[in-house]
Design a protein. Structure first.
Length: 676
């Protein structure tokens, strides 16, 4: 049986699809509708090839852009018009074409820095009208009876608009989204559980970026509306999106730690192999942490702007149907079977809320401050904690003894201690958990690359909590000795490393803050310490560690008598030490005298405490002012640049994750069919 052979080189050439041929002609500047009045109707019956569309736009030279601009404007306009078509297939094809067009045009405008995105994409003449119409369609799709897949594509399009430029505040097209507020329809998506589960992450991300558009330069309607939002369903939905993502990260980390502990008996055999994967695992975890920075920003904005949101922080999480985040699926299939994993399962079964989850998340990310990205994430966590610690209602929730939780705070592996899980057994108010978190940070980051700014923020959070307790006369059953030990240990570290640290930073300012917290206990401890015995223990620690305070005073004296840049700070530091030195000078001779009379060289703690109790009356202290005062948190101007940088990173990460070419239009069309 004979077969017919194809002739010529075309036999091996793959034929181009019609839509690809159209793209090539169209972006050469050809007017394809001139001799074909039904061209646009026919185009939107052809399945888009987004990757080819974007490639054709990227191929255009700067000289050609002027000739092709009219065609780009026309394609944008026709896409918008077709979104109002009665046929679903045309709507879907127009929407995906529009997504690819906007995405590629932003890239082109960025690469060719002389072109204005509005003129290149829409055209100045009809920009406001066209963008208004597009946003009206988006609003309709997001609020109407349309398939979830179309809503998702619509949110992706809005994210492309908002992330089009590296600096969101320089993105001129976002101004149209400011004029036509999408806030209400975004909140509607958060109120409904099914849509929140599918689209909550994109909704919260989009809202966070819109809130940061020129936030300190002009009126931003999204800031205003978020700040006055009092819809409990919307606020809870907003919080549950954040909780779900952070919970999933904590779950995976806990499971990983459990697996490592289970395999510890093999460590001697696998040490060499294991070291090969440590860096890889660390890089993956860093990537996951960075991916959650967008939601940390969302949490910050809600707490910073909206006092009503505080009520959601300690609300027990009930949205248990929330699925795992699609971006965080590591170890998702592990089933707890042994004792260690049963512990993990018990941990995950504990009642939880956003604060519980956030504290646990902080305990994980705070282990990495050596990289710039890690330090930035920890700083963001501390700024959130600062806002929480300043809020009266948040403090009342955290100090409520009827609201107790078991929170597993992860601890950094260190040579001088063995990590145990005993902290989990404690069911305590969240204020105690927060103090545990802050003490852990203090004790685990005294290193050569000293994170001064993070320590200042950490001490600031502690100060705010104590000021609230003093003001409201609240006594919590906390092991205050752990905090005092951490503060004194920090002072000792600063003195021991003074030579190297003072070359790079002002350690006197931090020392002043640390000493003033101790002064707060000395002066006002009777208003918030749980028992009189707590006061005795404080004095005991000050006396026992007197050498540290003597060294701090000597350091301050040395710098205050010179002409260096820290002279004034050193003088202030020594002034803050006046009561601590008075306590040491008052009790030390009396303890020595008692030891001599008893012929003892190694007295017990109880014996020393008894001497302290008997000699309070003759102690004279100076009343120090403003110990319970602090400068309230303000984003501007101190942290403006930090948040600009963080938002820029979120924009960059979001742009890299958006992929329109991978969207399955067939699924969307099936969704349409099921609705109709």
């Amino acid at each position: 049986m004979s077969t017919r052979k194809r002739s010529g080189s075309g036999s091996k050439r793959q034929l181009k699809e019609k839509v690809v041929q159209i793209y090539e002609s169209f972006f050469r500047g050809d007017d394809l509708s001139k001799n074909n009045p039904t061209f646009w109707e026919e185009l939107f019956l052809l399945k888009p090839k987004v990757s080819h569309l974007e490639n054709e736009i990227q191929k255009i030279t700067p000289d050609q852009l002027g000739c092709v601009k009219e065609n780009i404007n026309e394609l944008f306009s026709q896409c918008v018009e077709t979104l109002g078509h009665e046929h679903n297939i045309r709507i879907m094809y127009a929407m995906q074409t529009l997504c690819g067009l906007v995405h590629a045009t932003y890239k082109k405008a960025t690469a060719e820095s002389g072109f204005d995105i509005i003129n290149l994409l829409v055209g100045f003449k009809n920009a406001e009208q066209k963008m208004q119409k597009l946003l009206d369609h988006c609003h309709n799709f997001l609020t109407g009876e349309y398939p979830d897949s179309l809503k998702g594509l619509c949110l992706k399009l809005l994210l492309v608009f908002v992330t089009g430029t590296e600096n969101v505040s320089q993105n001129t097209l976002v101004e149209y989204i400011m004029i036509t507020s999408m806030f209400e329809c975004l909140m509607q998506l958060l109120c409904d559980t099914p849509t929140r589960q599918k689209h909550g992450h994109d909704v919260v991300l989009l809202l966070t970026l819109l809130v940061n558009y020129r936030k300190h330069e002009a009126a931003n309607p999204y800031i205003v509306k978020l700040s006055i939002l009092d819809d409990e369903l919307a606020l809870n939905g907003y919080g549950q999106v954040i909780t779900a993502s952070l919970t999933e990260f904590c779950r995976q980390f806990t499971l990983q730690q459990s697996e490592l502990q289970n395999a510890s008996w093999l460590s001697s055999l696998t040490n060499m192999v294991g070291n090969m994967f440590i860096s890889e695992e660390g890089a993956f975890r860093t990537q996951q942490i960075r991916a959650n920075n967008a939601l940390l920003l969302a949490l910050y904005e809600a707490i910073h702007l909206n006092r009503n949101f505080i009520t959601t922080l300690a609300q027990t999480q009930t949205d248990t149907s929330l699925p795992p985040s699609p971006s965080n699926t590591l170890n998702a299939g592990i089933t707890p079977t042994d004792v260690s994993n049963m512990y993990v399962a018990e941990l995950m079964a504990q009642p939880s809320n956003l604060l519980v989850t956030f504290f646990q998340y902080c305990s994980i990310v705070m282990q990495d401050t050596k990289t710039e990205g890690g330090a930035n994430t920890v700083k963001l966590c501390f700024l959130i904690l600062s806002c929480i610690a300043e809020d009266q209602y948040a403090n009342s929730l955290m100090h409520d003894i009827s609201l107790t939780f078991k929170v597993h705070l992860h601890r950094m592996p260190m040579r001088h201690r063995k990590i145990t899980a005993d902290k989990l057994a404690l069911s305590q108010p969240l204020a105690s958990t927060l103090l545990d978190l802050l003490v852990e940070f203090i004790m685990s980051h005294m290193m050569k690359k000293f994170p001064m700014e993070l320590y200042v923020l950490c001490i600031g959070v502690i100060h705010r909590i104590l000021c609230y307790q003093k003001r409201c006369r609240i006594r919590i059953n906390y092991q205050w000795k752990e905090l005092w030990t951490a503060l004194i240990t920090l002072l000792r570290f600063l003195v021991q490393n003074e030579t190297n640290l003072t070359k790079r930073m002002n350690i006197f300012d931090l020392s002043i803050q640390v000493v003033n917290i101790l002064n707060l206990f000395i002066t006002y401890g009777d208003t918030f310490l749980p028992t009189p015995g707590s006061y005795d223990e404080l004095y005991y620690e000050l006396i026992r560690m007197h050498q540290v305070f003597d060294n701090v005073y000597t350091m301050g004296l040395r710098y205050s008598t010179g002409d260096g840049e820290f002279k004034d700070y050193a003088q202030k530091l020594n002034n803050t030490l006046i009561n601590i030195r008075a306590i040491i000078k008052h009790f030390s001779p009396k303890i020595e005298q008692w030891l001599t009379s008893q012929s003892l060289s190694t007295p017990s703690e109880d014996q020393i405490l008894e001497v302290v109790r008997k000699n309070y009356d003759s102690l004279t202290l100076k009343l120090q002012d403003s110990l319970d005062q602090y400068e309230r948190y303000s984003e501007k101007p101190k942290h403006t640049q930090f948040f600009t940088s963080m938002v820029r990173n979120v924009v960059s990460d979001t742009r890299q994750t958006i992929d329109f070419a991978s969207i399955d239009l067939q699924v969307i069309l099936q969704d349409f069919s099921s609705i109709s």
